[in-house]
Design a protein around this ligand. Structure first.
Ligand SMILES: CC(C)(COP(=O)(O)OP(=O)(O)OC[C@H]1O[C@@H](n2cnc3c(N)ncnc32)[C@H](O)[C@@H]1OP(=O)(O)O)[C@@H](O)C(=O)NCCC(=O)NCCS
Length: 146
């Protein structure tokens, strides 16, 4: 599997990005100014992620998703490790805002708790977001040194 940066026609990857972020307008707020990477097996895209540059030399992982049928097989970990390697060429830290169910995924790759943004999911989305039947409200942010 390989990591590729996508420069054009980023909208073509909207379906996979929607697995991690349910709102097209929210995705569009970071997709075009951010760097879109895909993880692919030949012609098949198995994952997509967006890195967004921050002002302090860090980047924020705004979105990461693996195709639903391929989740839980270790692909997301390999994808994010490659992405961290790529990001380390330009950035010092990577931040990610999470919802509770995915915290374990980031912690397993060395991310540590940084801070919480209260009511993020209420203030930034038109519809309530539920994960595992629980409404997402605050966003907990994690950080790793690259
Ligand atoms: C999150 C995601 C990218 C992880 O990719 P993946 O290929 O499924 O993850 P992996 O198989 O590499 O799992 C790595 C570890 O994280 C854990 N993990 C992954 N997703 C998890 C989840 N949703 N809840 C709890 N643990 C999770 C796995 O149990 C595994 O831990 P282990 O090594 O101790 O068994 C993928 O599940 C996905 O696309 N989910 C939907 C979109 C999403 O929620 N994105 C994150 C937005 S914050």
């Amino acid at each position: 599997m390989e990591l590729h940066k996508i420069e054009n026609n980023k909208n073509a990857y909207m379906d996979i990005l929607l697995l991690a972020d349910p709102d097209v307008e929210a995705i569009e707020r970071y997709l075009y100014d951010g760097d879109l990477y895909i993880y692919n097996d030949g012609a098949d895209t198995v994952g997509a992620a967006v890195l967004y540059p921050l002002e302090d030399g860090s980047c924020e992982l705004k979105n990461i998703a693996v195709l639903e049928t391929l989740q839980g097989k270790g692909i997301g970990s390999k994808f994010l490790k490659k992405l961290m390697g790529e990001a380390s060429k330009s950035y010092i830290h990577m931040l990610v805002g999470t919802t509770a169910p995915t915290e374990g995924f980031y912690k397993s790759l060395g991310f540590e708790y940084s801070h919480t943004i209260a009511n993020f999911f209420i203030d930034n989305y038109p519809e309530p977001i539920f994960e595992d039947g629980v409404q997402c409200m605050d966003m907990r942010c994690f950080k790793v040194k690259l």
